[in-house]
Design a binder for this molecule. Structure first.
Ligand SMILES: Cc1ncc(COP(=O)(O)O)c(C=O)c1O
Length: 481
């Protein structure tokens, strides 16, 4: 892969024009048609974020003594977040680049705590099936063995299975508030009690819920206990670039106390360049996301977040009632806030997603069970009625293809695809690769994503699927042909 630099300078307006053009095929999130990836709270918020971000665009949080402004912003952001999430005087925390980095830090901290405090050389952590893959990434990066436990019929972590999974090597147990796939809150109180009884750490992943559940509760919605006030919870993560509506690259990881957080830090005292210390994964730490997060939290305050949460929750109730009134589909589980999934006992929900795509809606496809994902935000208040109308239409059309018919015609098994990793526009590339493995060729290749997902599910073994996904990742950073 090579691409030479342009031999000469390019006028700034030409560069910007090319970039604007490049956006043409991007998801249409401004119109509220995207149900993931972008959290937006209105033009005033966006304008403030841009100004605050660019004000600290060049600053580097790597050395807080050089930029006391960023040090103050980060400390205040962490402290305000702690006050929202059951923290107290002992609570400490850091900003990170996102949920994944926060979870990586929680797992690294648990590993090093286990090593230092309990002499555990082969650490394990207990992960419900619904836990975010960033935990698997942490297991992979830090050599912590992931012990998987199932979720129950309500999609919440199975407490008895968690209890059974504890061994002398367990360093960490995990629960989500809420989980990404179905938006349900795990039984944090029960899980954390088990952790406490066995003297192991417990992390609540409130990456998606940390800035929504407290406000939903204040508005009178029923929210189970999940935060640092729950006995046994020793750390919690919350993404500011989700429901705190901050600029991307902003999350917070909080610990019960300072001694525990010390296991997160990295120090190297013997470098020719001087003594090097860094609290999180990043070296150079962009000032923009820290500044923008501080700005938005002060701009909105509790009042602003409550107002936005009220709109989001009202929209969510409308969507839940609307979806449940459509014959053939249903909301899975009992979501605690504004993250929902649509499933069906009778219909192929991927067909429904394909039909919705014809009307410009972008929904992520999930597996185990097949379902469609919705993260409801402020932007969806204006489009909820239109979405429900289109969903009714799409469901009626999908009734023409039953899952069984589809399965028979393409000789498919269960749909088993890591759909999050495989957006629809990459499916055709994958389909071409997988056709050599399945023997389905040429005109017989399925054109719609529902059929493509099914075809890939029919690959002879799971290892082939892994290889395919690695191919896709490899291709993503190559030049387009
Ligand atoms: C529950 C949960 N945890 C962690 C993450 C990871 O966050 P990020 O994508 O910011 O790394 C997500 C992202 O959606 C999430 O929903």
């Amino acid at each position: 892969m090579t691409l030479a630099l342009p031999p000469k300078r390019t006028p700034a307006e030409n560069v910007l024009a090319t970039m604007r053009q490049a956006r043409a095929r991007d998801a249409k999130w401004r119109e509220g048609k995207t149900w993931s990836l972008v959290y937006r709270a209105g033009d005033d918020v966006t304008e403030l974020l841009k100004e605050a971000y660019t004000m600290f665009f060049s600053e580097n949080g790597l050395n807080p003594t050089a930029f006391p402004s960023l040090k103050k912003f980060e400390a205040e952001v962490a402290a305000m977040t702690a006050s929202l999430l059951g923290g107290d005087e002992e609570t400490v925390g850091n900003m990170t680049s996102g949920g994944t980095e926060s979870l990586l830090m929680a797992v690294k901290t648990a590993r090093d705590w286990g090593r230092a405090v309990k002499s555990i050389a082969a650490p394990e952590m207990i992960l419900p099936a619904s836990a975010h893959p960033a935990f698997e990434k942490a297991a992979h990066y830090f050599s912590v063995k992931a012990i998987h436990i199932p979720v129950g019929p309500d999609f919440r972590a199975d407490v008895a299975a968690a209890q059974d999974a504890i061994t002398p090597n367990t360093v960490l147990m995990v629960g989500s508030a809420p989980s990404y796939p179905q938006g349900v809150v795990d039984p944090i109180v029960e899980l954390a009690r088990i952790a406490q009884e066995h003297d192991v750490l417990f992390h609540t992943d409130a990456c998606v819920g940390g800035f929504m559940l407290p406000f939903a509760r204040k508005l009178g919605y029923s929210v189970p206990d999940f935060d640092l006030s729950v006995p046994g919870v020793t750390s919690i993560s919350v993404d500011l670039h989700k429901y705190a509506y901050a600029a991307k690259g902003a999350s917070v990881i909080l610990y019960k106390n300072g001694p525990l957080r010390r296991h997160q830090f990295f120090v190297h005292t013997d470098w020719a360049g001087g003594i090097y210390a860094s609290p999180t994964m990043a070296g150079t730490k962009p000032g923009g996301p820290i500044a923008a997060a501080w700005a938005i939290m002060n701009y909105l305050g509790e009042e602003g977040y409550l107002d936005i949460a009220a709109i989001v929750m009202k929209t969510t109730v409308k969507l839940r009632e609307g979806i449940d009134s459509i014959e053939g589909i249903k909301i899975l589980g009992n979501p605690a806030m504004s993250v929902l999934s649509i499933g069906s006992d009778a219909l192929n929900v991927y067909e429904i997603a394909d039909e919705l795509a014809l009307r410009g809606w972008h929904l992520d496809r999930q597996q185990f069970p097949p379902s469609l994902h919705l993260t409801v935000t402020h932007a969806h208040a204006q489009v909820a009625d239109q979405f429900l109308n289109d969903l009714r239409w799409a469901t009626a059309r999908a009734k023409r293809f039953s899952l069984n018919k589809l399965a028979n015609s393409l000789k498919l098994g269960l749909v088993q695809l890591a759909a999050k990793l495989l957006p629809v526009n990459l499916m055709s590339k994958l389909t071409a690769r997988s056709s050599s493995m399945t023997g389905i060729k040429g005109a017989d290749l399925p054109q719609r994503s529902a059929a493509m997902y099914g075809m890939m599910a029919s690959l002879p073994n799971r290892g082939d699927l892994n290889e395919l996904v690695l191919d896709v990742l490899d291709n993503l950073t190559r030049l387009e042909e």
